[in-house]
Design a protein around this ligand. Structure first.
Ligand SMILES: NC(=O)c1ccc[n+]([C@@H]2O[C@H](COP(=O)([O-])OP(=O)(O)OC[C@H]3O[C@@H](n4cnc5c(N)ncnc54)[C@H](OP(=O)(O)O)[C@@H]3O)[C@@H](O)[C@H]2O)c1
Length: 286
């Protein structure tokens, strides 16, 4: 590997970090466009987060991604936070512009970009069911609400968490219709145009659980959207495919949140297909 003396350094801060696909995705993008940049994983413990953020300036890094568990905590150490990231309450991308660190959140917009490109689904005026109210749900909900769906139902196992999310986001979108329900009490399942799973139910390594919703009861032209990418074919997607429904898989969100970060750091459009191929190779190697 050739490392020129003037190479620009980027990376990702998280804990744990060994399984991240982001270095494969970003380095593939730098290679595809022959950019003099390298992207590295950094295991950052909670107690070292402040120093790690300061090191972005000290080491003249171009920027970093931030992942679990630092997306919220990192905000207080930044010079500026983009308005949307502030409202979402989480940052996944930091850009260093001449020693000024600005935080962004590209998760929700990355999700929408992937949904649009892969299924052509338009959120405006649609009736949407979002399963889950955890960290990933926040950016997705925010990006959906910006596009004026007719209604969003948030179904979560712990109903208080969904209620809190509604209360927080209703302040920013007072016109929006947001319903809350438990995952075991979802009604009128046949009326939703888009069903998104943002829970970790179905993820590799989690217990085999019953499907939260049954695709056989969905509207025939509904899109079934998953944000889990390991496995690529989750039980929900497998069942949805058997029922002839339109599918949106989870890897696209990961690629497109990275593509938006790439654009913020480099000012260039990301080579999305090179990034996707690199992610697939890394996933298959596991
Ligand atoms: N594609 C991407 O780029 C991307 C990005 C971020 C995350 N993800 C994936 O998204 C998933 C969620 O991540 P997160 O950061 O939001 O996690 P999180 O903050 O821990 O939230 C987990 C959510 O899943 C629910 N849940 C967990 N197990 C469940 C079960 N057995 N039945 C029903 N609900 C269950 C939780 O409900 P309670 O509130 O009741 O606990 C909560 O709503 C993970 O699989 C992660 O890998 C993908």
């Amino acid at each position: 590997m050739k490392i020129p003396g003037d190479i620009k350094i980027l990376g990702i801060f998280g804990d744990p970090i060994e399984h991240t696909l982001s270095p494969s995705i970003q380095n593939a993008a730098f290679n595809a466009l022959s950019l003099n940049m390298v992207y590295l994983p950094f295991n950052v413990k909670n107690e070292n987060l402040k120093e790690a953020v300061a090191s972005i300036k000290a080491l003249n890094m171009l920027g970093v991604n931030v992942t679990i568990p630092h997306k919220e905590a990192v905000m207080e150490f930044l010079d500026k936070v983009d308005e949307d990231a502030e409202k979402i309450g989480a940052v996944n991308t930091i850009v260093n512009r001449g020693g000024v660190l600005t935080g962004y959140n590209t998760d929700g917009e990355g999700y929408i970009e992937s949904l649009t490109q892969e299924t052509a689904f338009e959120v405006s005026n649609k009736n949407i069911l979002m399963l889950g109210a955890g960290g990933a749900a926040r950016g997705i909900l925010y990006a959906l609400l910006k596009r004026n769906p007719s209604k969003i139902t948030i179904a979560n196992r712990t109903i208080e968490r969904a209620e809190n999310l509604k209360a927080e986001f209703s302040k920013f979108f007072p016109e929006a219709t947001i319903n809350i329900t438990g995952t075991n009490k979802i009604e009128s399942i046949e009326t939703f145009d888009l069903i998104i799973n943002t829970t970790s139910s179905g993820m590799s390594g989690t217990e085999e659980t019953k499907l939260i919703v049954e695709p056989k009861n969905f509207k025939k032209d509904a899109v079934v959207s998953e944000i889990i990418y390991k496995p690529m074919e989750t039980p929900l997607l497998i069942e949805a495919e058997k029922n002839g429904l339109r599918l949106h898989k989870g890897l696209g969100m990961l690629i497109h949140q990275g593509a938006l970060g790439f654009k913020l750091w480099t000012g260039k459009d990301a080579p999305v297909e090179a990034m996707r191929s690199a992610a697939l190779v890394s996933l298959e190697a596991r």
